[in-house]
Design a protein around this ligand. Structure first.
Ligand code: ATP
Ligand code: MG
Length: 363
């Protein structure tokens, strides 16, 4: 059957097949060669060094046994033909994952393979197996994401929603106490204040859970590249990324998430406020055990003292977030800016316990 080309609504025709295709299993090579020799002797097939072909086109129609096989098996042959072409294409593309099967086609071909595994060549087998494995991994990744979302929803409920509901209840109680027993009301208000502070901390912790999915699946570099692409697309602002993969490999997902958030804030500050031509993001090795994260722009800069003195009244959170996030990394944040001279945000991040000790000691 490998010696025929299935017509799509037209007549089936003959097809030259490589010897390797006809041998399903190297151990059976001699067997296949013997059959081919018998067929060649009977002039049903012509063989060359590494290929074989049905001797005449007419044989496809007139050879009763072959005709019957073809009619009976049209559908399954079609599946197999497709598999063979796609497996070859995959091989041709250096086993490119994008060329593997997924979805309905994978399901259909696996169904087929369940019944006709013997007919598969080694490469077809590898192609299907690899497709199957990737498909399995994708399912597992989706399940994990689902689970993560569930945990996230629960944490959000525990850390934020419940405490706020409790706050509302207590405020209500305090309001009614106010007239009856002002001293008790004051005490209640103190508890409310404490709870409000605790809720803020809980909520802040949650921010880090909302990191982009691409960070989770592909890591910091991919997440930063996706972010800068979007900025380029939306605002036409160029952001140059130079990050050291060696350093990234030494950071767990939590830390990568915090670094992403720092870069996100600093880059967006530069984009919004600096009127910069260039924004650079660098992550590189520094002194022993330290990494240096740096976000720099060549924009208008700002007066840091002025900004600091009016910060309380601004209602903005960017700088506070930078500071808190640097602390989460046990890092040291430095901010440099002058009107007309651009802005530089840098964080020294310890990568080892020893480096962490030294930094904590210093500050
Ligand atoms: N790269 C920069 N270039 C010029 N000015 C900056 C830069 N980064 C910060 N600033 C100045 O510092 C101020 C404070 O920054 P911050 O990130 O705290 O607030 P914001 O960006 O205005 O608000 P938010 O971050 O809460 O959205 C900004 O409003 C801006 O005036
Ligand atoms: Mg900001």
């Amino acid at each position: 059957m490998r010696l025929t080309e299935l017509g799509e609504g037209t007549q089936d025709t003959r097809r030259r097949a490589a010897l390797n295709e006809l041998v399903p299993d190297p151990a059976r090579r001699a067997e296949v060669e013997a059959v081919l020799k018998t067929l060649a002797d009977a002039r049903l097939v012509t063989t060359e060094k590494d290929t074989a072909e049905v001797a005449h086109e007419a044989l496809i129609r007139e050879w009763p046994a072959l005709r019957e096989w073809l009619n009976e098996n049209h559908e399954r042959l079609r599946v197999h033909r497709q598999l063979r072409r796609d497996a070859e294409e995959w091989l041709h593309l250096n086993r490119d994952k994008g060329a593997l099967y997924r979805g309905a086609r994978l399901a259909q071909t696996l169904d087929w393979a369940n019944d006709y595994a013997d007919e598969m060549s080694l490469i077809e087998y590898e192609f299907l197996e690899e497709s199957q494995e990737i498909h399995q991994k994708e399912i597992e990744a989706m399940e994990k994401q689902e689970e993560d979302r569930r945990v996230l929803a629960k944490d959000f409920h525990d850390e934020v929603i419940s405490p706020i509901a409790a706050l509302a209840m207590r405020v209500n109680f305090a309001r009614r106490l106010l007239e009856r027993d002002p001293a008790a009301a004051a005490e209640e208000l103190l508890k409310i204040e404490e709870l409000a502070r605790k809720t803020t901390r809980g909520g802040r912790k949650m921010i880090f859970a909302f990191r982009p999915l691409v960070l989770e699946s592909k890591g910091l570099r991919a997440a930063l590249e996706a972010m800068t692409e979007k900025i380029q697309e939306t605002f036409g602002q160029e952001v140059v990324i130079e990050v050291n993969d060696n350093i990234i490999a030494q950071l767990d997902m939590g830390k990568q998430g915090v670094i992403f958030n720092i870069v996100d804030e600093a880059v967006n500050n530069a984009r919004k406020h600096a009127q910069a031509t260039h924004i650079w993001v660098r992550l590189k090795p520094s002194e022993r055990g330290l990494a240096l994260l740096e976000i720099r722009d060549d924009g208008i800069g700002f007066d840091m003292d002025k900004m600091k003195s009016s910060y309380e009244n601004r209602g903005s959170l960017g700088m506070i977030n930078l500071k808190e996030r640097a602390e989460l990394l046990n890092g040291v944040l430095q901010l440099q800016s002058k009107p007309g001279a651009g802005t530089r945000v840098s964080v020294h991040i310890p990568l080892t316990e020893e480096a962490t000790e030294i930094i904590l000691h210093r500050s």
